[in-house]
Design a protein around this ligand. Structure first.
Ligand SMILES: Nc1nc2c(c(=O)[nH]1)N[C@H]1C(S)=C(S)[C@@H](COP(=O)(O)O)O[C@H]1N2
Ligand SMILES: [Mo]
Length: 537
């Protein structure tokens, strides 16, 4: 029947697209060829309108929270899975269309039909990939490789569609013949399924192994060498975090990650050159060694947070940043009087504008090349990112590729997509723990340590208060922060009483401003509201 042919197109797509992806990922890991599913996904997120993207991200994060999934650790994986599923869906859709067409023309399917199919699918996808891919190979080599894969895919789809016998154009065969055909069909499918599964598993497996193997390039990843026993500046502070409070200094591998693309951008450190051009007397071209050796290094403990985090988000982390003050670099370049902004571009297509008046006010603003005493990890912007105190991450490009001094204002990547132009960090406080299992006996009283963090960008925290079951606000103890630009750990030892309780927390920043208690969504300026926790004791 015709339906059978159409269905066999869908089946062919479903069976043959995973091995196509497996070969692509293998080519990507082995030879640096583009991985089209991620390129396609990145391209879609770039061309779709901002609000739609934000809605999609919100929906994804909401779903993950509903399912109790750690967003910071899993969001990128979820995105990558989506990219893969999307690609398979595309393969099935195209296969189905092909099957439908084939069923109209029920003549035998000539192999050239398959080549056409492959070519038609390859055309837009290879164009998108060539446009967006981070592959450093020559485009012609990439195009050839991908074209071969897609043509092979088309041929295979054609073979499957043609190879699944259809009974329509024939005279009704004898029952034994039909039985034989059914067996053929089944054997054909089993063999096909087995070979596509083999290619998928082998290709994917080898690629996964390669991904684990340590790289040889200077890319900044050397997590095993990272300092773990670092002595923190507030080590002697008498206020100890309540048991279960998050680490005050985030282990580097746990630092939250946010980036546009399905994969982080890889930039070669050895050949890296940072151009600082535009309205300057002396344009600069800086290597990574220049930045490290020719300027004064500055260390700063920094808490970075993402504007799309909800109240109580995991998209906030603390580590030590090292870099060079922009004051020093801009003084060397000689900024012309008419200049107003820096326009910064990144290796992944991200861009942002920083006003020179903000930089003038704050010499802490720096181009940063190290985290936790080591080169920036690839995921976190190797070789260079900017740090701007008191701003959400969205204003702070990673993987910086150029800086132009200009008098023209240009909205940044997320600002163009309707997020806050200033994106100043809003004060927030979070309950990490109600440590029932470590009750303190204090004479007659039994105390339950409650604790967490409070953060107000570069404005410090002057007070944290806790309220239980809607009672009066009680002041918590504050541990000295690692620096004036990190979160502060707070602790409140609560006189225990059994039952079900609601705990709430709020803070005041160093300028005396109360945290906003009204619940507001993340967009456009960052979430506000009181973090609370319910616990049965
Ligand atoms: N080039 C580039 N820089 C970027 C981004 C990006 O996608 N590309 N994301 C920004 C956002 S939204 C945040 S929250 C921080 C996250 O930095 P991290 O991944 O190192 O934690 O990087 C910022 N800088
Ligand atoms: Mo962000």
């Amino acid at each position: 029947m015709n339906k059978q042919i159409a269905g066999s197109g869908a089946l062919a797509g479903a069976l043959l697209t995973p091995p196509l992806m497996a070969l692509m990922i293998l080519g990507n890991r082995l030879a640096g060829f583009p991985f089209v599913p991620f390129d396609l996904f990145d391209w879609i997120t770039r061309v779709l309108p901002g609000p739609l993207i934000t809605l999609a991200i919100d929906t994804m994060i909401d779903t993950m929270r509903l399912l109790g999934i750690n967003v910071a650790a899993t969001a990128k994986t979820a995105e990558q899975m989506t990219a893969l599923l999307l690609f398979v869906a595309l393969g099935v859709a195209v296969g189905t269309l092909f099957g439908l067409l084939a069923s109209r023309h029920s003549t035998a399917l000539h192999p050239t039909m398959g080549l056409w199919l492959g070519a038609l699918l390859a055309l837009p996808l290879v164009a998108i990939s060539t446009d967006i891919s981070q592959s450093t190979r020559h485009p012609l080599i990439n195009i050839t490789w991908l074209a071969l894969l897609f043509l092979a895919w088309g041929l295979a789809v054609n073979t499957v569609v043609a190879g699944l016998p259809d009974s329509e154009a024939r005279v009704e065969p004898a029952p034994e013949v039909r039985e034989v055909e059914r067996i053929h069909r089944r054997q054909f499918l089993i063999r096909l399924g087995a070979s596509t599964a083999t290619i998928t598993v082998l290709g994917g497996g080898v690629a996964a192994l390669l991904a684990q193997a340590p790289g040889t390039q200077e890319t900044g990843d050397s997590s095993d060498e990272r300092s773990s026993g670092r002595r923190l500046p507030n080590a002697g502070d008498p206020v100890n975090p309540a048991p279960g409070t998050r680490p005050e200094y985030t282990p580097l591998e746990d630092h939250y990650k946010v980036f546009l693309r399905a994969e982080p951008t890889v930039i070669d450190g050895a050949s890296y050159l940072l151009p600082i051009t535009g309205l300057v007397d002396t344009p600069l071209m800086l290597t990574l060694d220049d930045l490290r050796d020719n300027y004064t290094p500055r260390d700063q403990y920094v808490t970075l947070s993402c504007i799309s985090g909800r109240v109580g988000t995991t998209l906030i982390s603390t580590t030590q940043w090292t870099g060079v003050s922009l004051h020093e670099i801009l003084a060397e370049a000689g900024v012309r009087p008419e200049a107003r902004y820096l326009y910064i571009t990144s290796g992944d297509g991200f861009y942002e504008t920083v006003s020179l008046s903000l930089i003038d006010e704050d010499e802490r603003i720096m181009l940063c090349y190290a985290w936790d005493g080591n080169p920036l990890p690839v995921d976190h912007g190797f070789p260079l990112r900017i740090w701007i105190p008191d701003r959400y991450g969205m204003k702070q490009p990673k993987w910086i590729t150029s800086i132009e001094v200009t008098d023209a204002y240009e909205e940044g990547y997320w600002v163009r997509r309707n997020w806050d132009e200033v994106a100043r960090v809003l004060a927030t406080s979070v309950i990490d723990t109600v440590a029932v299992e470590t009750i303190i006996e204090d004479g007659e009283r039994r105390l339950v340590p409650i604790g967490g963090i409070a953060f107000a960008g570069a404005r410090e925290i002057s007070k944290v208060e806790v309220r239980v079951d809607g009672g009066s606000w009680q002041e918590a103890q504050l541990r000295a922060p690692l620096s004036e630009t990190t979160w502060a750990i707070w602790r409140y030892d609560w006189p225990y009483s059994s039952g079900e309780h609601t705990f709430e927390v709020r803070c005041v920043d160093g300028q005396g401003t109360q945290q906003i208690e009204d619940a507001r969504p993340t967009r456009p300026s960052g979430a506000t509201g009181i973090h609370s926790r319910e616990t049965l004791l």
